[in-house]
Write a protein that binds this ligand. Structure first.
Ligand SMILES: NC(=O)c1ccc[n+]([C@@H]2O[C@H](COP(=O)([O-])OP(=O)(O)OC[C@H]3O[C@@H](n4cnc5c(N)ncnc54)[C@H](OP(=O)(O)O)[C@@H]3O)[C@@H](O)[C@H]2O)c1
Length: 338
């Protein structure tokens, strides 16, 4: 067992794109669990776009020079409560650190399904997959045969959205992403029919070529020009699912897109945003939907796994730059073969 613990702390607020200089790895003795709590050695960490939002001076944002939070999966290695047994695998929110002291009410036990790896609980079965599932079934209320456009299609939410949409019987699937290599993965592996690289011209032109007959619904991970373009491409009774706005997280002063508001009325378009945290009650429904498909092989995992806790900051910054395909996950490669 390690004798010391590491936490990642934010040391300064970024203006624009963050760098490794905004973070520090801080070493401390292993924390001692108090009575009623347990010590967890973390094995897998999620780094997410919302962490970039929390780096800013916003309500509920990261405090400077303090351990950060994030979704993580770990193993109980010492316990002072009968409610947490040594060796148990638990999900909790004290990520960005090698070890955490947790109480029984701060953890979630993960059901284990045959053939489903632990990483899936941070990707397609975790908040990422739940976001995709809610976006399609509750917000877009996608019907069989409907044509869908997904921005940020090669990321965690985007790949899950594409794969789930296929399983739900969607019609034509159009995506956008940041490179030709990722576009290739999406059409070859994930089931997208057409994918464009959003760097290659005005979004309206690129979407017009990829979806010449229009779309019924748009799952938007990105915002900006692609959102404005989708309003133009949507058919009557079209739906816009506002999931995220990653095109603006590192450019706070960027102007909002010019949306054709008259088209929203004339085409009876519905735009609805949501936070996955308000849909936790659907977790079991997601398992019921996705696990049989994972076990049968109809649903594959799209994950970029980065080995080594010491690379967690690089993994986070790389995700913001678009280095990942699918959900980005950091793994303790010395331990995490469960
Ligand atoms: N509403 C909710 O509850 C909820 C829950 C989870 C996530 N989200 C949101 O969903 C979106 C996707 O999250 P995720 O976890 O799946 O992350 P992700 O898509 O796996 O990773 C972020 C991706 O964003 C793309 N990107 C970066 N800068 C961009 C820009 N300027 N324009 C367009 N794309 C850019 C990059 O891919 P490219 O190579 O394609 O540029 C990168 O891979 C984010 O906006 C996030 O905030 C919302």
């Amino acid at each position: 067992m390690n004798e010391t613990a590491l936490t990642v702390q934010q040391t300064a607020r970024p203006h624009g794109f963050p760098s490794a200089d905004h973070f520090a790895f801080v070493e401390s003795p292993l924390p001692e669990p108090a009575a009623g709590s347990a010590l967890v050695e973390n094995l897998y960490w999620s780094v997410d776009p919302y962490h970039r939002e929390m780096m800013d001076d916003v309500p509920g944002g990261f405090a400077l020079d303090a351990p950060l939070e994030g979704r993580t999966i770990g193993r109980v290695i010492a316990s002072r409560t009968p409610r947490l047994a040594e060796g148990e695998i638990v999900f909790h929110r004290q990520g960005w650190r090698t070890h955490a002291v947790v109480g029984p009410e701060e953890i979630r036990r993960l059901p284990r399904f045959d053939g489903v790896p632990l990483t899936a609980y941070l990707s397609v079965l975790g908040g990422t997959g739940l976001t995709a599932y809610v976006g399609l079934t509750r917000v877009a209320r996608l019907q069989g045969g409907e044509d869908l456009f997904v921005s940020g299609a090669a990321g965690g939410v985007g790949t899950a959205t594409g794969r789930f949409a296929g399983l739900l019987g969607a019609g034509r699937l159009v995506g956008s992403t940041g490179s030709a290599a990722k576009a290739g993965h999406l059409t070859r592996e994930v089931g997208y029919d057409a994918v464009f690289d959003y760097h290659e011209g005005p979004a309206a032109d690129l979407l017009g070529k990829a979806a010449p007959d229009g779309i019924d619904a748009f799952v938007d991970n990105v915002g900006g020009d692609q959102l404005a373009a989708a309003v133009g491409a949507l058919r009557e009774f079209g739906r816009i699912v506002r999931v995220g706005t990653i095109s603006q997280y590192n450019t706070p002063g960027a102007p909002s897109p010019r949306i054709d508001h008259a088209a929203v009325v004339e085409k009876s378009i519905r735009m609805e945003g949501f936070l996955v945290s308000n849909y936790r009650a659907l977790q079991e429904e997601l398992y019921d939907f996705a696990v049989p498909h994972l076990q049968s092989g109809r649903l594959a995992l799209d994950e970029t796994v980065v080995d080594g806790f010491e690379r967690i900051v690089d993994a986070f910054l790389g995700m913001l730059r678009g280095d990942n395909t699918g959900k980005i996950i950091v793994r303790d490669h010395t331990q995490a073969h469960l």
